[in-house]
Design a protein. Sequence first.
Length: 279
Amino acid sequence: MYRQKMIMGLGVFLALLLGGGAALPEASASGQGASRPWSAGVRTFKGWAFDVCSAPSRDTMRRWRSSDYRAVGVYFGGRGRFCRHQPNLNRGWMRAVHGMGWGVLPVYVGSQAVCVKARHKKGVGIGRHPWRQGVREARDAVRRAGALGMQRRSPLYLDMEAYDYRKRACARRTLSFVRGWDREVRRHGYVPGFYSSAGSGVRHMEAARRAGVPDLPSVMWFARWHTRPHLYREPSLRRHAWHPERRIHQYAGNVKERHGGRTLVVDRNLVHAPVARVR
């Protein structure tokens, strides 16, 4: 009886946090329909990846083939993007690195939660109409991805930096923005992904998944640094959630590495998830 009351209490808490009524039955493993292989045309990658604030030159990418990395995260758009000047990132760069055998993880840093923890992100908060804003920014992401030669069925990863998801009003606004973004990205034939800290945004999306909320991301990219790389031992996610081929673990950040005579400051990732289809 005590266990039953605890479960019911959790359901009420989730419903209040997510701004809905009674909690729904637990959603499927992926957070979006039954857990099944990706549809034809979605390209997945399994292995090591790095992401870096500004896309490296083609020559650097060629030299870094000497490393164990075979995928790279690039920040291709969004009003919250820190490295807005990307002199190397264009359609030619995408084709070149794709031709070298690199997988590309496209990251879009749009509007951020109003309760975001990073001070430098507070100036790009989600407005009073979060769903519409999410849709509008999703269209921008799709347009920019297309301009870089990323085809439909490519993933677009929405970067939502750490925020205080326990603040209910902020949590509702953020979730509405994310859901609007996801639905619009999906409507255009792309795969919506989500990047955030394991202890905030990722925990928030998992709560939404368990409450049966629709229009959630299809891929989960969680940041938990200072730990060994793993995909299915993350405490904030149930093991069967976003599985299979739907997870990325960013396990270290701001690390200086040198390969092929070129040094970069990167974040390290373990990946089993979709990468861009480049034409």
